[in-house]
Write a protein that binds this ligand. Structure first.
Ligand SMILES: [Zn+2]
Length: 286
């Protein structure tokens, strides 16, 4: 892989106690992917354009970290030890193994199958290949995000983290919540109230609802590794996962953005502005 694994949009250091990250919008396909399915098929796992949707909001002073590598190559929203043994040559992982259960549907740290069950590779991967992906993609993504959150927390005494995603309009074969189930416009995930102050989740819900959006909480997405790993609400570290319904801004069949993109982008900028105001007041204890 010659390209860099992550990019940071907006200010180098947060000017408000708010940090955004987009782990699944990358589409720089590494030369050593060696997948047996097409690039178009591999983009099934992509949260298309999520980095672009939030980019204007960074002008409000909140940095946005974005992965450039594809989610199907390595998913940074997994623990680095969440290894699918069925994908590994010899079926043995000699390093820390922290299975999350996502291997069951082929979607652990390195994906094994697409949503329709097709195998992504025509072979198993060598341990060294997977270790190289962790070193080149997972490690720098997590290191940069952790540093941004730590620096922001030490500057402001608190940090609010929006973990930004998008989701299919309808649940797929292996989708969360069951096949064929339509999704709300937004799903907020705080792992059942454990990754941020519940008043923060409620503020974001109410702000979106006031704009006319249908919002669900923790159903069917509760949030995964990135909101779990760095949150500690009691210590002023608040992480919230935000899932946007792809139907609001793109055609899922062609993966092209549609006419709703600009309105959604403007709405998200307004939401981030409201959040920046909320967290500034919270910090002062108002
Ligand atoms: Zn995602």
């Amino acid at each position: 892989m010659t390209s860099r694994p992550v990019v940071q949009h907006g200010p180098e250091a947060a000017k408000v106690p708010l940090v955004l990250d987009s782990p699944h919008s990358g589409r720089d396909f590494p030369a050593d992917f060696d997948a047996a399915v097409t690039e178009f098929d591999l983009r099934e796992g992509e949260d298309c354009y999520v980095d672009e949707l939030y980019a204007p909001a960074t002008e409000l002073g909140a940095p946005l970290l974005a992965a450039l590598f594809p989610r199907t190559y390595l998913d940074p929203n997994r623990h680095r030890g969440d290894i699918d043994l069925e994908l590994i040559e010899g079926g043995h992982w000699p390093h820390e193994h922290v299975p999350s259960g996502k291997s069951r549907i082929g979607k652990a740290l390195v994906w094994r199958t697409l949503d329709d069950g097709r195998a992504i590779y025509a072979r198993r991967l060598k341990v060294d290949e997977v270790v190289a992906r962790i070193d080149r993609c997972h490690a720098p993504y997590h290191q940069r995000l952790r540093t941004l959150l730590d620096e922001t927390h030490s500057r402001f005494g608190a940090v609010y983290h929006l973990n930004c995603h998008s989701m299919p309009a309808v649940g797929g074969k292996q989708g969360e919540g069951g096949e064929g189930r339509p999704r709300a416009d937004f799903v907020l995930g705080d792992r059942d109230g454990t990754t941020c102050d519940p008043s923060f989740t409620e503020f974001v819900r109410a702000t979106l609802a006031a704009m006319g959006y249908e919002v669900a909480i923790n159903e069917p997405y509760k949030g995964v590794e990135l909101v779990r790993a760095y949150s500690d609400p009691g210590a002023g570290r608040h992480s919230l996962q935000v899932e946007i319904n792809k139907k609001l801004y793109m055609d899922e069949a062609t993966r092209a953005r549609h006419g709703g993109f600009d309105r959604l982008q403007a709405d998200l900028t307004a939401v981030v502005a409201a959040i920046a105001d909320f967290v500034a007041h919270r910090r002062r204890g108002a």
